[in-house]
Design a protein around this ligand. Structure first.
Ligand code: HEM
Ligand code: HEM
Length: 347
């Protein structure tokens, strides 16, 4: 059913939960693209990472952060409802009540979550914070918009070439509903959903509740999940470095617990999110084989790019010179520097 049909239909709650599930899923996929690419900069372009975190701390992105958390929580609870009801057909008569339970559980979770997040915002704004100007925030999004547009054009071009070689008939087989491949994806979406819930909720608890996005650049703050390491330079790069170098045993070498955690998160969420995007895009391109195939290629390109870029970052080491580059970047954007950065830059 298309979005216009849904809105015209004014259906019961089931209809609206379908729309919300779709919209929230798409919102999180879009965020994920920016987020994984940004995070990889902590390794490959430490200066850019520092700017990206300044963007995340701007008022526009703070608003977006509240919307993002609401999207993740609603989508997670509703996804669990879908999966549980699919597995238990005898519950189907309770669908409507379950959809309301999801709305209620989302609100109940969001109230304390938003209070804690809002408290972080209040504390931050009480101390005359550094705010990146709006035009810089918007400018920073331009390369992403160009990259996404290029991926769309690339997917349509490849689809056109494949169409010229193989024809544009909607061949029976692999990609059809009910095929073995589609049954696999149906199960993957449900199984991965169950695994993503603890991973993504844990990640959000660390980044929004315990620590808060603003704390990433506060010198002297203890870094969450690192056995008490302190962010001496007040750079976001040191925050990631400390987390990714923290080992399970507490020693300086050994299994890097947050890298393993993030690898699991990256794999599950990227494949789930881009397969979800494929469901949505192919739903709206059923009549046009060129676009439908382009939609599949686009999702494939997106998933591969994120897995390669995010995976490469997670498997690389960050050396301490990166912190000096982060200090330089902070000076460049006009953020007040910590004593460590001032000394490191000879100021
Ligand atoms: C937090 C735990 C999550 C659970 C329990 C969950 C569960 C689900 C389920 C059951 C579906 C329906 C699949 C189907 O129709 O066959 C789905 C679809 C989808 N999910 Fe998730 N998901 C989760 C997280 C995410 C995340 C993090 C993203 C984004 C990166 C995402 C993006 C999507 C998208 C785009 C769809 C397609 C929506 C549609 O077809 O209308 N999901 N999810
Ligand atoms: C504004 C909200 C968020 C903030 C501030 C944030 C912060 C961070 C930070 C600092 C890292 C670096 C590594 C670490 O410390 O573990 C990271 C990594 C990661 N985050 Fe988030 N996160 C947010 C939301 C999310 C959400 C909603 C998802 C999933 C849909 C997610 C998925 C990931 C993944 C997959 C990585 C690993 C990236 C890589 O491979 O380089 N994050 N996040």
């Amino acid at each position: 059913m298309t979005l216009t049909e849904t809105l015209r239909y004014r259906g019961a709650i089931g209809q609206w939960s379908w729309v919300l599930h779709r919209v929230t899923g798409l919102g999180v996929v879009l965020f994920l693209v920016l987020h994984v690419i940004d995070t990889s900069w902590a390794v490959f372009y430490p200066g850019l990472y520092e700017e990206a975190i300044a963007v995340y701390q701007s008022p526009l992105f703070t608003l977006g952060e509240f919307v993002l958390v609401a999207c993740v929580i609603y989508h997670a609870y509703n996804g669990l409802r879908i999966s549980l009801f699919d597995a238990n057909p005898r519950w189907w008569k309770h669908q409507e009540r379950a959809a309301w339970v999801v709305v209620g559980a989302t609100l109940l979770t969001l109230i304390p979550t938003f209070i804690i997040m809002f408290n972080h915002v209040l504390v931050h704004y009480q101390h005359d914070p550094f705010i990146l100007p709006l035009e810089k925030v918007l400018q920073a999004q331009l390369p992403f918009a160009v990259g996404i547009a290029a991926a769309i054009v690339g997917a349509v071009l490849v689809s056109g070439v494949v169409g010229m070689i193989a024809g544009n008939d909607d061949a029976e087989g692999k990609g059809k509903p009910g095929s073995r491949v589609e049954r696999f994806w149906w199960s993957y979406m449900r199984a991965s959903g169950f695994l993503i819930v603890p991973l993504v909720f844990g990640h959000l608890a660390m980044m929004h509740l315990i620590q808060g996005v603003f704390d990433l650049t506060v010198a002297g703050k203890t870094i969450v999940g690192t056995n008490g390491l302190v962010n001496v330079s007040g750079t976001a790069v040191e925050f990631v470095l400390a987390r990714w170098n923290t080992s399970l045993s507490g020693a300086t070498t050994g299994l890097a617990i947050w890298r393993i955690y993030d690898i699991g998160l990256l794999l599950l969420v990227t494949v789930h999110g881009f397969n979800g995007l494929r469901y949505v895009l192919t739903d709206y391109t059923t009549g046009n084989m060129l676009l439908k195939r382009a939609a599949v290629y686009l999702c494939l390109i997106g998933a591969v790019v994120l897995l390669v870029v995010g995976g490469a970052a997670l498997l690389s080491s960050i050396d301490r010179d990166a912190i000096i580059m982060a200090c330089e970047s902070q000076e460049h954007i006009g953020r007040p520097l910590s004593a460590f950065c001032q000394q490191a830059l000879g100021l």
